[in-house]
Write a protein that binds this ligand. Structure first.
Ligand code: GDP
Ligand code: FE
Ligand code: FE
Length: 197
């Protein structure tokens, strides 16, 4: 993959940088998402470099401290309501600002795919869907339902997005956790695809 059109270093240098920021397990997950994203990109006619790089970088900010995220929210004058959430939401939605600072990544399509990789959006490009789904089905993932998600992703990005979002909303509600409004918007926009054959 030729990521140098998008960032200020090559893939090996990026991996070195990420190895300093992320524990091994998380780095392996990022490599798994890169691979899954490239496969989905091939299948659905999405740019493979954009998909691979977005997949590799999607959890780049996962280990940032809460303090760092709160500073980024202030610094970039992001929606103050974000402060009521936590790392689960911040590492994507706010993490893109750290990625831009560290790697000089300017490609708005890649940044947007990373931004919405956890919560989705009511309208998503195929690249955004690819990253959202790849995060869920990459080969290291093992949880009940992942096989069906992989199966749906063979033929329909929309059905895979719908399934993943419904399972996430179910899981959060079951645990008594708050659901980010944009996650609900994603659910409402894609729920129609759950019923398709
Ligand atoms: P990961 O970063 O690879 O672990 O996966 P994600 O970025 O998709 O999700 C990170 C965490 O956020 C998971 O534990 C999800 O269950 C959780 N999550 C996803 N959507 C929401 C939401 O709407 N609200 C809350 N509170 N958590 C969410
Ligand atoms: Fe994530
Ligand atoms: Fe992830």
């Amino acid at each position: 993959m030729t990521y140098q059109n998008y960032i200020n270093c090559d893939r090996d240098q990026l991996l070195e940088k990420m190895a300093e920021l992320l524990p091994e397990k998380r780095l392996n997950h990022c490599l798994g998402v890169e691979k899954a994203a490239i496969e989905l990109a091939e299948r659905f006619g999405v740019d493979k470099d954009q998909a691979g790089l977005a997949g590799l970088l999607h959890d780049y900010a996962k280990k940032l401290s809460d303090q760092e995220f709160l500073e980024l929210i202030d610094c970039y004058e992001l929606d103050p309501d974000l402060k009521n959430w936590g790392n689960n939401i911040w590492h994507g939605v706010v993490g893109i600002y750290k990625i831009r600072e560290d790697l000089d990544l300017q490609d708005s399509e890649i940044l947007r795919a990373i931004e919405v990789h956890t919560v989705g959006a009511s309208r998503m490009t195929d690249l955004e869907k690819v990253i959202y789904v790849a995060d869920y089905i990459e080969h290291n993932r093992a949880f009940p339902g992942v096989e069906l998600a992989r199966e749906l992703a063979q033929t329909s990005l929309n059905q895979a997005v719908a399934y993943e979002t419904a399972r996430t909303v179910e899981h959060l509600a079951h645990q008594g956790l708050p659901i980010y409004p944009q996650t609900i918007e994603t659910y409402n926009a894609y729920v129609q695809y759950l019923k398709e054959d």
